[in-house]
Design a protein around this ligand. Structure first.
Ligand code: 5RP
Length: 294
């Protein structure tokens, strides 16, 4: 391990130089074997290179969340417009008809350990093992990583073990940057957390959008998808989605800004237009309004 004296801040991100893509459309994943590549291709569209994940795994620590009171009713209405179900095994098994998944991918939430009743959410365990991920036909396993918190070491152990098991069977791992009450949301923090998760060997990283986001994506050697975060006005959420993609994100993993929207099916179609059809945020917002008012 390098000593910490005289550390120099990274400052040469070569923003204008895209990372060289070899023969595979998912950044930094060219040398994986066929099975891993098929699952990554189920997640990231080979034409746009991007993904639209619908996140509805909130119940794993929040219980019933506004807009997710009934997964069995809400999710099928949004399914036609998304690429990936980001969910828990319980939510999928109990509420989602497998037929809905015929042309979709699954990002399976595989860690848990805290609830909204805890102040410190950083103590999680691997709560879904690799055999269950195979049984659930997961296209990636999602593991929360708490950089800088009390649970840092145990969460690094969780993701490292999950990556080892996933690499053995060809299932990608998505490291999820946790941002709790105490943790920073600064660009410097996100550069640190995303790069660490990529260096652990995760094939995908989920993070939040921030200022100078292009320096976060440039210094992370695998694809970053952004979490939507708390509910924003639709125009703002669409601008965040557009700006993140313009600055190097490979898609979104959005939940509340879709299912808590005034018109969720209009919103998910507007997000999709940005993610896959090169729409601008303004064009997407117009689309949202047109569909909502039709
Ligand atoms: C919930 C999660 C969600 O997957 C993630 O936060 C994305 O959902 P949202 O857009 O609502 O933030 O980790 O615990």
């Amino acid at each position: 391990m390098a000593d910490k004296d005289g550390l120099k801040n990274a400052d040469n991100f070569m923003i204008d130089v895209p990372q060289a893509q070899r023969d595979f459309h998912v950044k930094g994943c060219s040398d994986y074997r066929w099975g891993m590549k098929t699952r990554l291709s189920n997640i990231f569209n080979p034409i746009s290179g991007n993904t639209l994940m619908l996140a509805f795994d909130h119940g794993y620590f929040l219980g019933p969340t506004s807009g997710l009171e009934r997964l069995d009713i809400t999710i099928p209405t949004l399914a036609p417009y998304i690429d990936v179900f980001m969910a828990t095994r319980g939510g999928l098994n109990a509420c989602i008809d497998p037929k809905l998944l015929s042309d979709k991918a699954i990002a399976l939430r595989c860690t848990s350990g805290s609830s909204i009743l805890n102040d410190d959410l950083s103590h999680e365990v691997v709560s879904v093992n690799i055999k269950e991920a195979v049984r659930m036909n997961a296209d990636c396993m999602a593991v929360q990583v708490f950089i800088g918190s009390e649970g840092q070491k145990s969460s690094i152990d969780n993701i490292s073990k999950t990556i080892d098991a996933g690499n053995e069977l060809g299932i990608p791992t998505m490291g999820v940057v946790a941002v709790g009450k105490e943790m920073e949301r600064t660009t410097k923090y996100f550069r640190l957390a995303t790069r660490m998760i990529a260096e652990f060997g995760a094939q995908i990283v989920k993070c939040y959008y921030c200022d100078d986001f292009e320096t976060v994506t440039a210094s992370c050697p695998v694809p970053i998808v952004i979490a939507g975060g708390k509910k924003l006005p639709e125009a703002e959420a669409l601008s965040m989605c557009y700006n993140s993609l313009q600055r190097g994100a490979a898609g979104v993993d959005m939940g509340r800004n879709i299912f808590q929207s005034d018109a969720p099916t209009a919103m998910v179609q507007a997000v999709r237009a940005i993610v896959h059809d090169k729409a601008t945020d303004k064009e997407a917002f117009q689309m949202y309004q047109d569909i909502k008012n039709s």
